[in-house]
Write a new protein. Sequence first.
Length: 230
Amino acid sequence: MDLSSLIEADRTFFSYFNGSDSLFLDGLATTLTSGFTWIPLYIALLYLIIKNNETVPQIVLVVVCSALCILLADGMSDIIVKPLVGRWRPGNDPVLKYTVDVVDNFRGDNYGFFSAHAANTISIAVFFCLLVRNRVFLFFMFLWSLINCWTRLYLGLHYPGDILVGILWGFISGFIAYIVWHKVYFKISPKLNYISSQYTSTGYSLTDIDVVITVMVFTFAYAIIRSTII
């Protein structure tokens, strides 16, 4: 399969995800794709970090590595790859522009390869899941990321290929950040060996994990209610 066939397949798959006749889904996708919607989740993750690390250097290390996730994911996408590749977003693509469903005429900036939203959210999910080591937490973090990926397709801001490459780079970015955390952490802290029904194997309280999950669930509920009212 040559490049032109891949591009055509990408456009075909995009059509299955893009838009609908539902005002509710329009509102839901718009709300969920906004970074402001997820501020409570970011605060909850910061709470999880502060509550489950004993010293200021440990807390700062996790915060710095979280920022490294975004720096690697977003920086590679927006600063290097998008300008270099120059692939149009679907809503700005001269070939498809007027056939793409957009909401409130929001089309984003010119280029969309690869998706920074996908890379950013996956990198954070990977890093925190490796850090916390809890299956329920893993499920919700990746659900959060994949829903963000769906919104970008629905709103006509990315092709599936943009999302898949973003997910791949997000995995790499999150893993790199975790390796950095792992190498530095054990220079400033003793090895982790928690054996308790109240904590994960890496020492994160199940109660505090539940706080993060609860915040995420309430944020989803807020998005649904807001989309119903608007």
